[in-house]
Design a protein around this ligand. Structure first.
Ligand code: NAP
Ligand code: ZN
Ligand code: ZN
Length: 352
């Protein structure tokens, strides 16, 4: 076993604190990665605090991992020592089911193995995530990170990036379409950048008027303040597509009213009940659709990295020391991050 160190929570109410654990010895198909940066996703906060139920402790969160390959197993062909590598939300799946065979490992019918808070099928061991110094992952679940990207700003691509890129691609967002991105946070700011790069007319839909200037800088053509009913009415029935990143249950009806005939709203943020209930009329009128989407498959994640390298897209990040991670969680909860925290793992190694 390899001795690893990281930060973990011990319960739904405890702070993140130093934690020692082990990683498996790399097998022939494994990539051993020295973690350089790890983004802080709102999911990390949800999972640590058991917002969705099913959290197990101790938990080492983190699924926006960028690092340098230390070593590879004999059968690995995609990466070699010294390459930059990325690991996102998943580290394994069954490979046999229809979803896996269609490169949609995140929908594996036999259960995706998540990067943390998940149990290995064979050993029943808990997975530990990227708030740590190193990780060992099977080649299929590692992407090659183009060396031209700013590594710290590329870390959030592993979750915030792919979670917004995938639905925009799946629903074929592009020129001639009016696209709304709801919620300017880690996911939302990537959604704006991608929707713009794909050629659509982008409207940032936010509860925070003070983010309007940033939204335009990030690539939005217009800003719509969702708390202003008159502004919402002005945009009613006008959107081809809405990407909804709101992290909690909320009233979908006012957002559905923004969709034009045959328009689609895709939820990526709210996993819990949506209240008040969705009125049937909100989707029956206009033959509207409401759908959901989870991250993206490994092949699509690699495709997204190549898209980012071509279009010079990375995240807007605030780099923090791991010793400040609890403060970062508080600020994330209060909607005070512009727009993604990334932990510099050199601060873990320095171990102050
Ligand atoms: P985040 O950085 O906190 O951003 C969320 C944004 O939503 C906030 O900045 C805020 O933007 C808006 N917002 C927050 N509370 C709201 C409310 N009550 N009503 C309306 N708007 C609200 O979070 P994130 O990291 O982007 O993650 C967003 C959600 O996606 C989380 O629930 C996370 O767990 C989930 N997620 C899902 C997937 C997936 O595969 N589907 C992957 C990753 C993350 P404004 O200030 O602009 O309103
Ligand atoms: Zn995430
Ligand atoms: Zn499968």
């Amino acid at each position: 076993m390899i001795q690893a160190k990281g930060y973990a929570v011990q319960s739904a109410t405890s702070p993140l604190a130093p934690f020692a654990f082990t990683r498996r010895v790399p097998g022939p198909n494994d990539v051993h990665i020295e973690i350089l940066y790890c983004g802080i996703c709102h999911t990390d906060l949800h999972q640590c605090r058991n917002d969705w139920g099913g959290s197990t402790y101790p938990m080492v969160p983190g699924h926006e991992i960028i690092g340098r390959v230390k070593a590879v197993g004999a059968a690995v062909t995609k990466l070699k020592a010294g390459d930059f590598a990325g690991v996102g939300c998943m580290v394994d799946s069954c490979r046999q089911c229809a979803a896996c065979q269609a490169d949609l490992e995140q929908y594996c019918e036999n259960g995706t193995l998540w990067t943390y808070n998940s149990k290995q099928r064979d050993t029943n061991e808990t997975t530990y995530g990227g708030y740590s110094d190193q990780i060992v992952v099977e080649e299929r679940f590692v992407v090659k990170v183009p060396a031209t990207l700013d590594l710290k700003a590329a870390a959030p691509l592993l979750c915030a990036g792919i979670t917004t890129y995938s639905p925009l691609r799946h629903w074929k967002v592009g020129p001639g379409q009016k696209v709304g991105v709801i919620g300017l946070g880690g996911l939302g700011h990537m959604g704006v950048k991608f929707a713009k790069a794909m050629g659509s007319h982008v409207v940032m839909i936010t509860t925070s008027p003070d983010k309007a200037k940033d939204a335009l800088r990030l690539g939005a053509d217009e800003v719509l303040i969702s708390r202003e009913p008159a502004a919402m009415t002005r945009h009613a029935k006008s959107f081809h597509f809405l990407l909804n990143t709101i992290p909690n249950g909320h009233d979908l009806n006012p957002y559905a009213a923004l969709l034009k005939l045959d328009g689609t709203m895709v939820l990526v943020g709210a996993l819990t009940a949506l209240e008040p209930p969705l009125a049937g009329a909100s989707i029956i009128h206009g033959r509207r659709r409401i759908a959901g989407s989870a991250i993206g498959g490994m092949a699509e994640t690699q495709e997204m990295f190549d898209f980012c390298a071509k279009h010079h897209i990375v995240s807007d990040v605030e780099v923090i020391a791991i010793q400040d991670v609890n403060n970062a969680f508080e600020r994330l909860k209060k909607n005070l991050v512009r727009y993604r925290f990334v932990i510099d793992m050199a601060t873990l190694r320095a171990g102050k």
